[in-house]
Design a protein around this ligand. Structure first.
Ligand SMILES: [Zn+2]
Length: 321
């Protein structure tokens, strides 16, 4: 590894204990605006700063709801919050401040779920296609959480009526497709430059029930080793243990489409998911940021920096993976 790279890593690492929360995310390197389909629904940070072979993605924290959502909504707008990885974008603010390349969806997951494939579109969601079969009837889609979320537990159907095929295709073209193409292109460039690349997909989850008396506060997912070299999950689990944080690996969240699409271990492109318990950084209603947000964001930064050390080659060689 070049000496310059090593020093940069050391210098930046010194900042990981500082937390800089910038709710307006003023460091956006690209901003997009436009109408419902002209807005790509995500923001990118530090993407020009190619110092480390990593990219952080936050696909479910969007809080922007286009007018169509309200027009078609059957349930109370407040219930849609349950679909959000509420304020998970705030957890990565220190990393953005430290120059880490990050892509964050700003459109709500209710609009389109970036962690589903376009094949996971429930035909019942599409006007005039109610009787046809889904191209890919995944369990999540059948459970109401396909490409366009359809049902919520305790609330039932989210929408009053299906959307037009053109509307849904517009969402795919304007948001889903650009989000994934941006990630794929960027990881490809990192792989080219560094020989390997790592995508860290950040989510948050409702508090989990205890399993054998233990309640995991973090769930690490690598699709049982299919989306990333096992070293990354091992490092995360070890660091979490050292930090006294209860964690689970691949249960109940192994990672979904984002990991499936972008992880390519044989080509040295790795993708790993980190799910953070919302009670670690939100208030008791799981609605607004709480005082622990800073320490939880610091924890996440520390975890991600430990991965940067591995992928950057400062801790362990990747060649044997
Ligand atoms: Zn999520």
């Amino acid at each position: 590894m070049p000496r310059r790279y090593h020093e940069k890593l050391k210098k930046l690492h010194a900042f990981t204990n500082f937390v800089l929360i910038d709710p307006e995310m003023t460091k956006a390197s690209h901003q997009h605006s436009g109408n419902e389909h002209g807005n790509c629904g995500f923001r990118m940070f530090n993407m020009d700063n190619v110092e480390f072979p990593i990219l952080v993605s936050v696909p479910h924290a969007g809080r922007e709801y286009p007018d169509t959502v309200h027009e078609y909504l059957r349930i109370a707008p407040r219930d849609l919050i349950r679909l959000e990885d509420r304020y998970a974008d705030r957890l990565v603010q220190p990393l953005i401040a430290q120059g880490i390349p990050t892509i964050i969806a700003t459109r709500a997951r209710a609009w389109i779920d970036l962690n589903r494939s376009v094949d996971e579109l429930d035909p019942e969601m599409v006007l005039g296609q109610g009787g046809s079969r889904a191209t890919s009837a995944s369990a999540k889609m059948r459970g109401g959480l396909g490409l366009i979320p359809r049902r919520l537990i305790q609330c039932g159907d989210i929408w009053k009526r299906p959307f037009s095929a053109e509307d849904i295709q517009g969402r795919i073209d304007a948001q889903h497709d650009p989000y994934h193409r941006t990630i794929a292109t960027y990881l490809g460039e990192l792989r080219e430059k560094f020989g390997s690349a790592l995508l860290i997909d950040v989510h948050s989850m409702p508090p989990l029930a205890s399993i054998a008396g233990v309640q995991p506060n973090i769930v690490v997912g690598d699709r049982f080793g299919q989306s990333a070299g096992s070293i990354f999950a091992e490092i995360l689990m070890e660091r979490l243990k050292q930090a006294g944080v209860t964690a689970a690996l691949n249960h109940p969240y192994p990672g979904d489409y984002i990991l499936r699409r972008h992880g390519n271990v044989r080509n040295n492109i790795h993708a790993i998911q980190i799910e953070v318990d919302r009670s670690l950084y939100l208030d008791s209603d799981l609605l607004e940021p709480a005082s622990q947000l800073g320490s939880t964001a610091s924890l996440l930064s520390g975890l991600i920096w430990s991965l940067i050390e591995v992928i950057g080659g400062t801790s362990l060689p990747m060649a044997a993976e």
